[in-house]
Design a protein around this ligand. Sequence first.
Ligand code: FRU
Length: 494
Amino acid sequence: MESQKLREARKYEKAMEVKIAAGERPAFHLSVRVGWMNDPNGFSYYNGEYHLFYQYNPYESVWGPMHWGHAVSKDLLHWEYLPAVLAPDTSYDKDGCFSGSAVELADGRQLLLYTGVKRNPRPDGGFEEIQTQCAAIGDGRNYEKCAENPLLTEKDLPVGGSRYDFRDPKIWKEENGNYRCVVGNCTPDRDGRILLYESEDGIHWRFVSILAENRGRFGKMWECPDFFELDGKHVLLVSPQDMMPKGFEYHNGNGTLCLIGDFDEETGRFLEEHDQAIDYGIDFYASQTLKTSDGRRIMIGWMQNWDSCNKNADDRIWFGQMSLPRELSVENGRLIQRPVRELEKLRGAEVRYENVVFSDTIRLDGIHGRRIDMEITLRPAAAEKMFRKFAVRFAQDEVCHTAVSFRPYEAILKVDRKFSGSRRAIIHQRRCLLGTKDGCLKLRLILDRFSAEIFVNDGEQVLSITYYTAQSADGISFYADGEVLMDIIKYDLN
Ligand code: FRU
């Protein structure tokens, strides 16, 4: 049964989406139907389609009462909006249906596991926000909240577990047919930890273990966990809040963290071996993965940033988009990300240059556009003469541009959106450290109207940023200080 709140949201989104012209949205990244979007939720393959739900406030382009929006796709790139599936309409989730995930049940129905948020007034006039794990079951279009809700409450927490920060369940099915989920939680001083639960039916759960603990290393509360096996290792993805910087690896604020190691089935503990950032750009958070029927592990994230969202002073009635779905692998203890291979099917006109030698600013015929897939391969023109700097500027007109620059001596790559039309004192630049000092570099830039994702050295590192310059700013130029030798292949993306 559709509640009144859900009915209103469905009516509203349908009436409002027509006010957003196709050209005013990203072309192949999912953006919010109308209003506000944050985390990807319930990313799954079900009944012959990819499903992507999302944290959703249809009514305003700022965060608010969380619903779940919904879209489906055959190829992870062309998305069709469907009616919203969850509204904050019951006693246990009246203040928000927070993030969660999806799994197919044994009987063929789909289960959505999410966090219900309920604010209780306190005698001092404030309120406390209680978070519990809840479920809704449906057919890929409509979902009914379970009578047993909430399924996981403070009773299911290990000693010291916070009932205020207990959220974002990620569910999967084990080979023996049981379900497991990981949930973000923290200690009384907000130190993040990830809890593991198990269930036979997806409804009745028991606590298994504290899978992983922050112990003060990476920020405070850990949000949006995901846990899976990949290439013989186990991978734990989390999004820590309140990070402190560490070298060029981690930066201040909400961050992304990938831990690689092994899972000890006996103790239910994750034995960490390596840590790294997931994305080194400005706009990426709350990642979630699915496994495709051909065995690929695909990750998607919210391509925005909590500290700088809502700071663009314009009247757009939508805010929020997802990253490109990315194929993951683990190679030599590192997480490698590549654009989902389906993207190659969108490739249209090709422009190619080989062995371009330059040492100042150049433009190349046919190299421009705001929806492109461009591969740049660089090296010093003469082995004994290292260049000092390389930069590519894109989304460029007389006034604006967005840039990626590379200083081989320092092995630093920088994204810069300072000149991308922003009037706010938000973060505009971010640097990351590369593994190479020999001046050889491979970049793959995927641009989609309002965003750039830069895949470095075949996916060893990725930097994602958003910017909102006019689409007419579609120029691209290259700059070198010292002699650079460059190959380029550019495809328009249709
Ligand atoms: C992460 C997050 C989640 C929460 C959701 C609320 O971005 O804070 O932890 O479930 O957003 O919208």
